[in-house]
Design a binder for this molecule. Structure first.
Ligand code: HEC
Ligand code: HEC
Length: 221
């Protein structure tokens, strides 16, 4: 009896390890295809490489598996928390049209498109629901009027270049600085303003001010 239990536990471990390896392998294969295309450098910059398949929320769910299957075919893995729920349908639609080979970059991606797969209608529904379920929550300015005061200026300037201003209560005071550091890397990666210019009227990235704002209005505990 004990032997049986041990055996099935081992089998289970092997199965899980195998599927994790499959996912990683799929991502590797897809990545090789687009990084080796002549448009690799452009595609590489669309999304940063900071987000891994095992960081997907509910990573064993159908939605997570579909994201890892379809959404790495042209660029790095997207994080559902990058955009708020209302923003996802239009972005998602743009991506599906592209996967079906009729996107505005169809011409440009012709030589890559040969191996690209598009989700079925049923899969597309699951994908979009998943992206929206784990989406970003936007800051409500009525709840945080300080965002329009001088103390919120740096945060507002820097943190809505790629997505809506995030709700400060998404993280605790001790979590925010690491998120902000990761966003600095995302900015470098995606070639947005990183504050290393000397022109006085260029936007500057004031990390201390951004952290001070987020820490002050962070979720307690
Ligand atoms: C056929 C290639 C292709 C596939 C597959 C693809 N994308 Fe994209 N994606 C692009 C291109 C090209 C861009 C840059 C232009 C643009 O934003 O439309 C992009 C940009 C993005 C962006 C950044 C745009 C923004 O406004 O922030 C996100 C997020 C994104 N894709 C998510 C996804 C998701 C989610 C999937 C899977 C459902 C996916 N992509 C599948 C080609 C693709
Ligand atoms: C250059 C584009 C860009 C800028 C500018 C940017 N972000 Fe992001 N943000 C991303 C991307 C890409 C993701 C998804 C990948 C990730 O989580 O790193 C994301 C995800 C997030 C998330 C959800 C993920 C999580 O861990 O909670 C939060 C919160 C966030 N950003 C906060 C910020 C803040 C605060 C700033 C300003 C300091 C900022 N972002 C500026 C690109 C950007």
């Amino acid at each position: 009896m004990r032997f049986l239990v041990a055996l099935s536990a081992t089998a289970l471990c092997l199965a899980t390890a195998a599927s994790a390896q499959d996912a990683a392998q799929l991502v590797e294969q897809a990545k090789r295809r687009w990084t080796e295309s002549p448009h690799g450098p452009m595609l590489e910059r669309i999304l940063p490489p900071t987000f891994e398949p095992d960081q997907l929320p509910e990573r064993k769910s159908r939605g997570a598996r579909l994201v890892a299957q379809y959404c790495v075919q042209c660029h790095n893995l997207p994080n559902p928390a990058m955009h708020h729920a209302a923003k996802w349908p239009a972005i998602f639609e743009r991506m599906v049209v592209r996967m079906r080979g009729r996107g505005n970059m169809g011409e440009l991606m012709q030589e890559m498109m040969a191996g690209v797969e598009a989700p079925t209608v049923a899969e597309a529904e699951i994908l979009l629901a998943y992206l929206q379920k784990f989406s970003q929550r936007a800051l409500d300015p009525r709840r945080y009027p300080a965002v329009d005061l001088p103390e919120g200026r740096s945060f507002k300037l820097a943190c809505q270049q790629c997505h809506v201003l995030p709700d400060p209560r998404r993280h605790t005071a001790s979590e925010w600085p690491a998120v902000v550091t990761r966003m600095e890397k995302n900015m470098e990666w995606m070639n947005r303003v990183v504050g290393n210019r000397s022109e006085p009227d260029e936007p500057q990235l004031r990390i201390e001010e951004i952290n001070a704002f987020l820490v002050k209005y962070a979720r307690k505990g």
